[in-house]
Design a protein around this ligand. Structure first.
Ligand SMILES: Nc1ncnc2c1ncn2[C@@H]1O[C@H](COP(=O)(O)OP(=O)(O)OP(=O)(O)O)[C@@H](O)[C@H]1O
Length: 462
């Protein structure tokens, strides 16, 4: 704080008292030395940390409190420079501390040195606390545990048991099953139960990335590999997942050229960045998932048989909701609780007629469709409704052809026109149903995201 030359003695005394009071009430341990290297002021945080009385240090050389190491005050007084992060052992208990100190310069004249001392064990304790809080957060992450996979009927229990066993091994896992059955949930749970749980889990949707970018996004690229590439190159998802798990969703959508490179990466445990001939070793556990029939894809020549064998070391088929109707009630309750918490509304129960209605649906969109039906049912309810009835649930079977709302009445139309109108209407309905999410819409329609984009463009819906 700048002090004017005209400041009176009394004002200076008041200022000194104020500064001393501030130092004394600081929670940081502070010690002040004069220009001769004697301690002139310490605060209670300092005496607590050192395990020394004030009288044992005040008026004594600053080395009096040092058990091991060079005095930081003396270095500051010698060099007139501030010092940060000096490590010492201090006091009768030789406590390990980190000291920051700075010279006290008044009008350019060296008057002493001020030091702030932090106990290393306290820093360690705080960082340990931070680490365990992070671990707790990871455990609390609902997507990482088998407990989050709702249902205890025989079909899902068998699948969970198989997945738990797979999690305990380093083997590649292939998750098979219809869209919306919970394959991604299983991938998270397997990673979370594996010894790689503290490593990264990287998810790549092979259908959502444009074909031309898939290779560089998976394997990275070398600097200057192509126009627009970063000068220093870029890591790909394989390298990002090093020490953890790489989840390749919609694996059937990977183009054949990429499949060959995936096979190589799995066999050699190393990858080649685009534009580089220097292999990079990667330690990655692969989980792949698809709702496609890979064996049929092999017959069609769109999926490599050798890659299929590599991937299917541990095939796990996640059952459709039709195969586990016994889980419909617990699933609906768990999903409702999740949605109510998300919408910040009071918990909602399912009325018996709603449950009876849910039991009649074929659930071609599986748990995702059930979630969407409940979500839509809740949207129009008042926040304290408390119960969801059959009348609130708009069940919609994907197989049913929607009405063409755009049709000009009475005009006869040919099959191509009718088919296009029907497709347009179906796209609109499914997009609305999935809140505009194109990945989910494409899944529900059983087409690739690329194909969906193409169709939306053709119908001018994109
Ligand atoms: N057993 C379950 N318990 C609780 N929630 C579930 C369960 N199965 C699926 N879900 C929920 O249903 C939705 C769809 O699940 P998920 O994305 O894992 O399906 P998927 O099989 O990977 O779908 P796709 O093949 O279309 O990618 C998610 O919101 C998920 O949390």
């Amino acid at each position: 704080m700048p002090i004017a030359a005209s400041t009176s003695r009394a004002q200076l005394e008041a200022l000194r008292e104020l500064s001393e009071a501030i130092i004394r009430c600081s929670q940081e341990a502070i010690s002040i030395a004069d220009a001769q290297g004697n301690t002139i002021l310490v605060n209670p945080a300092y005496t607590r940390l050192m395990g020394l009385e004030e009288a044992q240090v005040i008026g004594r050389p600053v080395t009096a409190d040092i058990a091991e190491g060079e005095s930081v005050h003396l270095r500051v007084l010698r060099t007139r420079q501030a010092i940060r992060g000096a490590r010492l052992r201090v006091g009768p208990h030789a406590r390990e501390v980190i000291v920051n100190a700075a010279p006290l310069l008044v009008g350019g004249e060296l008057r002493g040195s001020v030091g702030v001392i932090h106990e290393v064990s306290e820093i360690r304790r705080l960082s340990d606390e931070l680490a365990s809080a992070k671990q707790l957060l990871r455990k609390l992450d609902p997507r990482r545990s088998f407990d989050e996979i709702v249902g205890d009927g025989p079909a899902i229990s068998r699948t969970k048991e198989l997945a738990r066993r797979a999690a305990a091994t380093p083997a590649t896992v292939l998750l098979l099953g219809e869209s919306g059955t919970g394959k991604e949930l299983f991938a998270h749970a397997i990673h979370g139960a594996s010894d790689r749980r503290d490593g990264p889990l990287v998810r790549v949707n092979c259908a959502a990335i444009p074909e031309g970018l898939l290779e560089s996004s998976l394997f990275g690229y070398q600097g200057g590999a192509f126009t627009g590439a970063r000068a220093h190159g870029q890591k790909g998802h394989f390298e990002e997942a090093d020490g953890g798990t790489l989840f390749l969703d919609e694996i059937a959508e990977a183009p054949l050229a990429l499949q060959a490179k995936l096979l190589r990466a799995l066999q050699e445990r190393e990858i080649l960045r685009v534009g580089s001939s220097k292999p990079v070793r990667v330690d990655v556990r692969l989980i792949a998932a698809t709702n496609a029939d890979l064996e049929a894809a092999i017959d069609r020549g769109t999926f490599r048989q050798d890659l299929f064998y590599r991937l299917s070391v541990m095939p796990i088929r996640v059952p459709s909701l039709r195969e586990r109707r016994e889980d419909l009630l617990p699933l609906s309750r768990a999903l409702l609780a999740r949605i109510c918490a998300e919408y910040r509304v009071a918990p909602v129960e399912l009325a018996p007629d709603a449950l009876a209605l849910l039991a009649t649906s074929p659930w071609r969109g599986n748990v995702r469709e059930l979630e969407n039906v409940l979500r839509r049912g809740l949207i129009d309810k008042p926040p304290d409704a408390g119960v969801l009835c059959a009348a609130d649930l708009a069940l919609e079977d994907l197989g049913a052809g929607p009405e063409d709302g755009d049709a000009a009445p009475g005009r006869p139309r040919g099959l191509p026109e009718l088919r296009a109108a029907w497709e347009r209407q179906l796209l609109r309905a499914q997009l609305a149903r999935h809140g505009g999410n194109r990945e989910a819409t494409a899944r529900a329609l059983g087409i690739t995201v690329r194909n969906l984009y193409y169709k939306l463009k053709r119908h001018r819906l994109g």
